[in-house]
Write a protein of this length. Structure first.
Lengths: 422, 455
């Protein structure tokens, strides 16, 4: 199926989905996130512009020891010159003169403008001096390999649109870090001279059904101001111009507003990316910030802020037998952090050890909140698996076998406190 | 390792791949998902750059996504050569801010830290926010906007303290911290209106940092200018004004360069300094009417994180799990099982290697392995396969309902080709070794009970 057919099919499905959305959808709690690691076989740049005011430059770094070809999936928002999916590569060249090659030298960096990419590498693209492009770009390392890339995009003021300068830059997000749960864009300002625009884009969708998104604007107290709904098929993008007007609150003055984008239609939770930026209506070429929507509830068993579990797949239910082996658990933590764990039974003692084996804390029933130590003080700076051992509490020992439950909280996120030995 | 349990459910098929209109309708009117965790939020959150002057001021947004009221304590670390430099006055205790459940609290830097000295010089530094209370508290997140003269502004995001990486030494370029895509110039006369700065700061540990600018020319990464060495005591921050000039580069324009940050390996131990580093660079535009910065926090392509390792992750008969040493023999007629965390969509590979206990013996031709996704579907390997080759994890919402989870790798002795029961001469019974790798990062392998060999 070519991209155009894909768009038509998606549109047909979405007509049904949007009708379904009128039945209503739930609210959601807020949030946001950040990742300090950058690489993967595919990375996503949430918002690129090529307009009369701003142009986008993409920088891609190749972390492999050999030259790496790229494939780019550009998804233009529906009102732009190239709406929907365009696949771009050296195998999809246009008739335009070629000024660069879409490949990155070993351990090297490639830099190109969005305009050049669309004009040269995306067969079927609409180009011209009046073309206005805005969308999301996903870059893939070509071939079936473990080669990794990182990327960064920066928005630069276009020639003739004021003094030379940057508007903002954005980091590429590893594709695996995106997910299909509620995202929030926080710390937004709105007012009579400030317009907040948001872009929501979808990626691969295993179901092919697309999803519906309820976009809710909230004030600084977390109260909903209003909401609207949009639908996206796989690899599509929608721009919400003036999201406050869209939800029925034009010109409302709020400092600390939030926009929440909640998927409400597809239970398989296809991944998506969202971002918002404020536009100064008095001078639309002024610098501003791009705020990328972050996951509220990470769909990631490795980064849970609270774990409450009584079993590990494969090991079964947690149980303690007096006189038997001490059950051992492992949990991935990242220092520095504040952590607390409890076992819900005063007859059982927990002992926490760092990855390098040094004792950290113990307690019957629960260990109080403890500081992991600074990064360099634990395991030479390498974040790793911490140990938790269960045994009988010396002052109130368990005399019979018992099943137990572990509850832990962490600030940075943690794994599932897996049992790792009999 | 004894066989403790069988897990037939692991073979359960994955969720239906096609979604019907009926299910979509049900989802649209269903209850909200429970909110119990927040990636990017933390209990110790660092805002890497905050500013206060007559021309510019940070407004900080503290967002509490939980249903608990939390109390957030703030600390300011002023950069060297600023009025409230931490190297002179120490880290500054700022306000303790109550944030109600679901609230976003906006506060300027000068109100958050009223003890900031207000001189003609600009205050800038980083902020640490912390909430304590264990089970009775909750993570929060931080973002900020810096208002500048002329109406423009720029944003800086807060990061959980644990996401800050130490980086590695220059000999492991794959793991240094870096900011890519920088531009700048060195001028002979009046300073340019475009300035390229870098910022370096420490948390509670000292760190000796080297900053090396790099440029990619002729297909190679080449050093650009001299290395810049900076010694940072705990809780301090330094700004490298015009980082190109610091590197002693001659007058000229430099496009598309990278700033890399690392700690030199110890001469004594040969180990890298593991202390966390807050590093970033910005490009500042200053004109009579505006002064904004494009601030970029340094990131690493391969973090020092055993749960998101981009290099090899290993399991072995001599099994090490964090602080635990666990012997794991693979008896004939049984299979060894291990789990690992992976975030799909991803590309990965697992393969058999000699055990570290007998590094000169290669049992791979007599062993086999297979990999299962979190839904229990076999996705790679199988009978008589010693190396899965690179395999694709499957699409995000085609595996585990879109949740990153535990994957399983199993290893056993082959039944044929060339056949191994009893174990061939020269191969020690019970030993195995396995490696896995992925592009988005996999965790260290965790042992599961061994089970009867069924493949």
């Amino acid at each position: 199926m070519n991209p155009k057919q894909s768009r038509l099919r998606a549109s047909a499905r979405l007509a049904i989905l949007i009708g379904a959305a009128a039945l209503g959808s739930p609210g959601a709690a807020p949030v946001r996130a950040m990742s300090a690691d950058s690489s993967g076989y595919a990375v996503v740049l949430p918002w690129l512009d090529d307009t009369t005011s701003f142009v986008s430059t993409v920088t891609v770094e190749n972390h492999s020891p050999s030259t790496l070809g790229l494939t780019a999936y550009y998804v233009g928002e529906s009102t732009s010159a190239n709406p929907g999916l365009l696949v771009c590569s050296e195998q999809r060249l246009t008739a335009a003169a070629q000024t660069f090659t879409l490949e990155v030298p070993a351990d090297g960096v490639l830099q190109f403008d969005l305009r050049a990419l669309l004009e040269q590498k995306c067969n079927g693209s609409v180009v011209g001096t009046a073309a206005l492009d805005r969308g999301t770009l996903t870059l893939f390392a070509r071939g079936k390999s473990l080669d990794r890339i990182s990327a960064l995009a920066r928005m630069t003021r276009a020639a003739g649109a004021g003094p030379a300068g940057y508007r903002f830059s954005e980091d590429g997000i590893p594709l695996g870090a995106l997910e299909g749960n509620t995202q929030i864009v926080a710390g937004l300002r709105s007012g009579p001279n400030v317009r907040v625009d948001c872009l929501v884009s979808s990626l691969y969708d295993a179901t092919g059904s697309g999803d519906l998104y309820q976009v809710t604007v909230k004030d600084e107290r977390g109260n909903a101001i209003g909401s609207t709904t949009l639908g996206l098929g796989a690899w599509s993008s929608e721009l919400i111009v003036d999201v406050f007007s869209k939800v029925g609150a034009p010109g409302l003055v709020v400092d600390g507003a939030r926009v929440e984008i909640e998927p409400v239609g597809n239970k398989s939770r296809p991944p998506f990316v969202s971002s918002c930026q404020a536009v100064n209506l008095a001078n639309a070429t002024l610098d501003t910030a791009l705020s990328v929507g972050r996951v509220n509830e990470p769909l990631d068993l490795l980064r849970k802020r609270r774990v409450d579990t009584d079993s590990t797949p494969g090991w079964g239910t947690f149980d303690f037998v007096p006189g038997g082996r001490r059950p051992r658990h492992a949990v991935f933590l990242r220092a520095p952090d504040l952590v607390q764990c409890g076992v819900g039974d005063d007859g059982l003692r927990l002992t926490v050890t760092a990855p390098d084996g040094h004792f950290v804390a113990d307690g019957c029933g629960s260990v109080g909140e403890f500081f992991t130590g600074n990064r360099g003080e634990v395991n030479g700076g390498e974040a790793g698996a911490w140990g938790i051992e269960i045994d009988a509490c010396p002052s109130n020992p368990r005399s019979s076998a018992v099943s137990y439950r572990l509850v832990c909280v962490s600030g940075n996120g943690m794994s599932q406190v897996d049992r790792v030995s009999p | 390792m004894e066989v403790l349990a069988t897990n037939k459910s692991r073979r359960a098929r994955s969720m239906a791949r096609s979604v019907t209109l009926a299910t979509l309708l049900a989802a649209a009117i269903g209850p909200p998902l429970a909110a119990s965790s927040l990636d990017g939020a933390g209990r110790i959150v660092i805002l890497p750059y905050a500013v206060n002057s007559k021309e510019r001021e940070s407004t900080i947004y503290l967002t509490n996504p939980s249903n608990l009221r939390i109390q957030i304590d703030a600390m300011y670390v002023g950069a060297d050569a600023t009025p409230s430099a931490a190297s002179v006055v120490g880290p500054m205790t700022c306000a303790s801010v109550p944030v109600e459940a679901g609230e976003s609290h906006a506060i300027s830097l000068s109100k958050l830290c009223p003890k900031l000295l207000q001189l003609d010089l600009e205050n800038y530094g980083y902020l640490e926010f912390r909430v304590t209370g264990g089970f009775d508290a909750a993570p929060f997140f931080v973002s900020s906007i810096v208002n500048t003269k002329g109406g423009g502004y720029f944003g800086v995001e807060g990061v959980p303290a644990g996401a800050l990486d130490p980086g590695r030494s220059a000999t492991r370029r794959q793991s240094t911290l870096r900011v890519i895509g920088l531009d700048g110039e060195v001028t002979a006369g009046a300073p340019s209106t475009t300035k390229t700065y870098c910022y370096l700061a420490t948390l509670g540990e000292k760190k000796d940092v080297t900053v090396q600018l790099m440029q990619y020319r002729g297909g190679r990464a080449r050093p650009l200018g001299n290395p810049i060495r900076v010694a940072l005591p705990p809780f301090t921050m330094q700004k490298l004004f015009n980082v190109l000039a610091h590197a002693r580069l001659p007058v000229g324009f430099y496009g598309n360069f990278t700033a890399e940050f690392y700690a030199e390996s110890s001469f004594v131990s040969g180990l890298d300094d593991g202390a966390a580093l807050i590093a970033g660079c910005s490009i500042e535009i200053e004109t009579p009417t505006t002064r904004t910065e494009d601030f970029r926090l340094a990131r690493t392509p391969a973090p020092r994180d055993g749960s998101r390792r981009r290099g090899l992750t290993a399991a072995d008969t001599d099994f090490q799990v964090g602080p635990f040493q666990i012997a794991y023999g693979m008896l004939a007629g049984t299979k060894a099982s291990m789990s690992f965390y992976m975030r799909h969509e991803d590309r990965a590979r697992c393969w058999l290697v000699p055990s570290t206990l007998r590094p000169l013996e290669d049992p791979a031709p007599w062993q086999e392995l297979q990999v299962f996704d979190p839904d229990g579907n076999m996705v790679a390997g199988g009978d008589n396969v010693s190396d899965t080759g690179v395999f694709f994890s499957g699409l995000k919402n085609g595996v585990a309902a879109g949740e990153n989870g535990r994957w399983t790798v199993e290893v056993s002795w082959r039944e044929s080709s060339p056949g191994v029961f009893p174990t061939p001469w020269g191969i020690t019974p019970n030993l195995f070794g396995v490696r896995c790798q992925s592009t988005s990062g996999v965790s260290a392998l965790l042992p599961l009970p061994s089970r009867p060999d069924d493949f």
